[in-house]
Design a protein around this ligand. Sequence first.
Ligand SMILES: C[S@@+](CC[C@H](N)C(=O)[O-])C[C@H]1O[C@@H](n2cnc3c(N)ncnc32)[C@H](O)[C@@H]1O
Length: 321
Amino acid sequence: MGATMSKNTCADDFSHYSVMASECIDGLNIDPCGTYCDLTLGGGGHSGLIAERLTSGRLICVDTDITAIKAASKRLERFSDRITYVNDNFRNIDAILQSAGVDEIDGALIDLGVSSFQLDCAERGFSYMQDAPLDMRMNTSDPVSAYNIVNELSEEELKKIIYTYGEENFASSIARRIVKERQSAPIQTTLQLVDVIKSAMPAKAKIGGHHPAKRTFQAIRIAVNSELEIIEPTLRAIVSRLSKNGRLCVITFHSLEDRIVKQTFASLSSGCTCPANFPVCVCGKTPKVKAVNKKPILPSDEELQENPRSRSAKLRIAEKL
Ligand SMILES: C[S@@+](CC[C@H](N)C(=O)[O-])C[C@H]1O[C@@H](n2cnc3c(N)ncnc32)[C@H](O)[C@@H]1O
């Protein structure tokens, strides 16, 4: 789950709630003349807060979803003198910076996952609460949608995705049921899929707790958007572009994402990896960053009350050495 709270379903100008906004702004330690990247623009909440702190500085706002770019650029019109919008996947950070003519940045923010705007917009097919064609693409020009994953992968592949990306205990029976159901006709919509998932789960697993389809939907969404495999290379690419003392803030929404961020920051913070009995270092590895906080920052009680959707959020901050 992502960061923005939308009230107007699929509307152009949506209101929003940016997760841990002041913690991110403090974390970025903004230099008014610096160059910053918001790699997950969404509703533009964090971007607006960064932009209003810039004087001669510059902000590059990236989102893979063109509707986010259109809505946020309207919302942030008053900062158009300092913002460059890029409709691209943040995995292409090097190419994005190169075409913006930027070598070095002073800070970057990544607020992972889908926005509430995307989630609440029924026709995008992210929600297990509203009926829509199976889609779940953040970039609607991408070739693979949830329909392809659900109707075209083998039972083994589906099981692996649902188990690995959804941490769903009933992955085997859900995958088996999906494959059985689609033999008569393709599974077309979100609520059709919800029924199939429910029918594959024992009654007691459906009482209380999360919605029975939550984990499977998360898994399929992660697979559709290749969400996990792009995190580590992107973090490394950003760190190599950060200026000395530049900060990278990353907000995650589930343990799979957070583990990758934590491990990547740990690896970038560590030095020589030569065996202890080597007389001199031959690997040449030196720490690139230091963690700003030992533990991840969590939303305050006040924020949790105002925006319950932030409950699983964690913010990690690294500083370039
Ligand atoms: C949680 S929302 C960001 C909300 C934003 N921080 C705010 O304050 O409104 C995540 C946004 O990142 C975008 N996104 C997710 N993965 C992306 C990727 N790999 N590249 C570019 N944008 C991505 C989504 O389309 C979505 O709009």
